[in-house]
Design a protein. Structure first.
Length: 179
């Protein structure tokens, strides 16, 4: 854990509730996870755990590389969307949501104004998982950060039920399940 002081007011999402809050300049936080460009922090003064998006990394004194050029085709845009979803993590599991097998499907739709909407079907490891709102929020925000994306929907679905066989080979290796 790294202790840092928030250098400017910034938006954060309470975990697991998914409620947006503003962390005030000067607040002391402990970075517990920094994966996929976002940061999970403990905030003793607020008594909770929060997710800070890549766009607010500077509020923690950090930098995150941002995406640049607009995609050339719908196929390129879909590939970019899959890649950005690979930067989303459950705050409690160090495997991205794609490799965990939580993403069931994605559709990219061209809108009348030339921009695009991305619709994602996502599940959780268990229906009672309290992290759903914060993970879905993180995924949606990262999708909206892609060039050419004007709208993004991340819907939680439960059919088929998730099971450990849905974890990718890379995810299984990281979790030590293939030893």
């Amino acid at each position: 854990m790294e202790r840092v002081q928030v250098v400017r007011n910034c938006e954060a999402v309470e975990i697991p509730a998914g409620t947006k809050v503003t962390l005030e300049k000067g607040a002391e936080v402990f970075i517990t996870q920094a994966l996929g460009g976002s940061f999970t922090v403990q905030l003793p003064a607020y008594g909770g755990i929060y997710r800070i998006a890549a766009k607010d990394a500077d509020a923690l004194g950090k930098t995150v590389e941002q995406a640049g050029v607009a995609p050339a085709s719908a196929k390129d845009l879909e590939e970019m969307a899959w890649e950005v979803l690979r930067t989303c993590y459950d705050p409690e599991i160090p495997i991205n949501i794609v490799d965990l097998g939580l993403i069931y499907g994605m559709d990219v739709t061209k809108l009348e104004d030339g921009t695009n909407r991305v619709d994602v079907k996502m599940t959780l490891t268990a229906q009672g998982c309290g992290m759903g709102a914060s993970i879905a929020y993180d995924a949606r925000e990262k999708l909206l950060g892609l060039p050419g994306i004007a709208d993004a929907n991340v819907d939680l679905v439960w059919d088929p039920p998730w099971n450990p066989q849905m974890i990718s080979a890379e995810g299984r290796q990281r979790l030590g399940l293939d030893e």
